[in-house]
Design a protein around this ligand. Structure first.
Ligand code: SAM
Length: 225
């Protein structure tokens, strides 16, 4: 039977219990695991009791590894792609490999599983029927342009943010969208110190200025009404 396939395997975003049975099965059965950081994935595989060949696949070598991976899959190998946490290709490497496999007529499967923005969206209490995922804002140029677009964005807006930039982002959003727009900050989802804060931008700006945030963050804004 043909094993030729790329399988994108989501991994936990904090709580190791969130790995799915199917993800475990694929990690056991595949011929090779491509990993964003092999040290992080080796830890997960060890926790699952799986010994598997790992190869690094990250933003700096992604282009080089594409052709090699496509050839390997063509030679009847099942290759699993994982990132450090969550679903590959969601603000992580993966998109280029998916595209290369489509071009090479290779089967691709993406397992459903952990990703940070879905629980954050549902937990926010903001409308989930229409939303836009903005990933990370640029660090320097282009931030104001992106935030200005949200003046007229009716859908719930989802951002990934680092704790070091959260206050800067809240301040810019406050200045451009106004202090009254509702925001939700989800920190350390699925982990011991999980925290969800909801309120007006001005309130959360004050809160995090007084209590600098730590950990991983998803920030959501209610769309304009
Ligand atoms: N591929 C991942 C996914 O499917 O969500 C996202 C990877 S991206 C490099 C990492 C960012 O995701 C973090 O900076 C944070 O914004 C968000 N994130 C990941 N884990 C999180 C968690 N446990 N709680 C809150 N946000 C998280």
């Amino acid at each position: 039977m043909s094993q030729s396939k790329l399988i994108l395997v989501p991994t936990p975003i904090g709580n190791l219990d969130d790995i799915t049975l199917r993800a475990i099965k694929v990690l056991q059965q595949c011929d090779l695991v491509l990993a964003e950081d092999t040290r992080v994935s080796r830890f997960l595989l060890k926790h699952l009791g799986i010994e598997k060949k790992l190869q690094s696949f990250h933003s700096n070598n992604e282009h080089h590894v594409l052709e090699r991976t496509v050839n390997l899959i063509r030679e009847n190998n099942m290759v699993a792609l994982v990132s450090d946490a969550g679903t590959p290709a969601i603000s992580d490497p993966g998109f280029l490999l998916v595209r290369a496999c489509i071009a090479a007529n290779i089967d691709i499967e993406t397992l459903p599983g952990p990703t940070a923005f879905v629980p954050a969206l549902v937990n926010s209490g903001f409308p989930c029927d229409r939303f836009c995922f903005e990933g990370f804002l640029p660090h320097k140029k282009g931030r104001v342009t992106r935030i200005t677009e949200w003046l007229t964005e009716e859908r719930t807006i989802i951002l990934y943010e680092s704790p070091h930039r959260l206050i800067k982002t809240l301040q810019q959003v406050n200045d451009i969208l106004g202090p009254e727009r509702e925001v939700c900050v989800c920190r350390e989802l699925t982990k011991m110190y999980e925290e969800v804060k909801r309120g007006k931008i001005s309130d959360l700006l004050l809160h995090y200025t007084n209590t600098p945030p730590k950990g991983e963050i998803v920030m959501l804004l209610r769309g304009c009404s």
